[in-house]
Design a binder for this molecule. Sequence first.
Ligand SMILES: Cc1cc2nc3c(=O)[nH]c(=O)nc-3n(C[C@H](O)[C@H](O)[C@H](O)COP(=O)(O)OP(=O)(O)OC[C@H]3O[C@@H](n4cnc5c(N)ncnc54)[C@H](O)[C@@H]3O)c2cc1C
Length: 331
Amino acid sequence: MRNVVVVGAGPAGLAAAIHARRAGAEVVLVDQNPQCGAKLLATGGGHCNVANLRPPEEWPPLFGRRGRFIAPALAFLPLESLRRWFENLGEPLVAQDGFHLFPESRSAKRVRDALRREAEFLGVGILLSSRCERVLVEDGAAVGIGLATGGALRGRVILATGGKSYPATGSDWSGCRIAERLGHTVAPPTPGLVGLRTGSIDSGLAGVILPNARVSFKAKGRREESGEGELLFTHTGVSGPAVLDLSATVCQNIPAALAIRWSAGMDAGVWRGVFDGARAGSCFTKSVRNSRERVRTAAARISGMPTASGPAVRTADVTLRDGNADAARYS
Ligand SMILES: Cc1cc2nc3c(=O)[nH]c(=O)nc-3n(C[C@H](O)[C@H](O)[C@H](O)COP(=O)(O)OP(=O)(O)OC[C@H]3O[C@@H](n4cnc5c(N)ncnc54)[C@H](O)[C@@H]3O)c2cc1C
């Protein structure tokens, strides 16, 4: 029977360990964290947005010029198989909004626990708080891994050590450096689905959400791309669905200039109506309903309305120069 060592107990490593064990291998799963799937716990705001109902042929263009790389993976694991896999784990997926697939439980923790339980049930050995330092090679073949503690584990090796995003969850790029030392080519990572740092937005707006913004970006020699939806002001710039969808393209073209229409179809007059009317605040998400005065000031500043706290400073469309990617969070 073959031994397999899987490095990284995120969703990829847990799934690999389960598959290898079902195929009959003796499997050890190693992670440097004291728990499995730390990043998985943060997914979908803790609810774990596992997939969506987009047809497979629509995926590659979303990954830029080399987007075809994703096609074989999607062909290998069609959506129906993925749904069955989660159903068998006891976490069936549902698309309550008709598009995004979440576990019925809406709990990333339950998904993480189900993966770990399945691995343990099958007899996968799980070794936590153990950092892989190198892959051991004999006669040109990988024969195991060396641990930071000085110990070694022998077997075929699967590196599932994640990308570069959110290194506090354990994905610190060390696995890719190990792969590079083995002679693999590692493509430079590009940030994607990230918030953007901007030089020209007042950090006093942090936490404010505009429900229906339109963000556009035009890279040199390419068509303008745009995203619409919620826009969230952060301490360092902007985030939210309208920005996340565009961020990969923007990050490949820094320094970049974004054009932001703060609320598609709403000019200063409409804003005035919203904030002066009896239903002020009703168009904002729950998280900002309680800070109506702050939102009123924010909207006043960005839509050019006079405010009690200072002069009107912006028009409805603003161009950010010096946009910058939040490099700490890229995948
Ligand atoms: C805030 C946030 C929200 C997200 N939301 C979603 C979502 O809703 N839906 C979605 O599909 N995706 C989401 N993602 C992306 C998703 O989390 C990742 O794509 C996914 O976790 C990648 O899984 P992985 O197993 O490849 O890597 P990771 O989950 O990063 O796991 C890698 C593991 O390897 C371990 N490791 C690394 N190096 C070593 C080493 N040298 N030795 C031992 N162990 C090591 C790490 O400790 C870690 O546990 C989100 C990401 C973030 C940051």
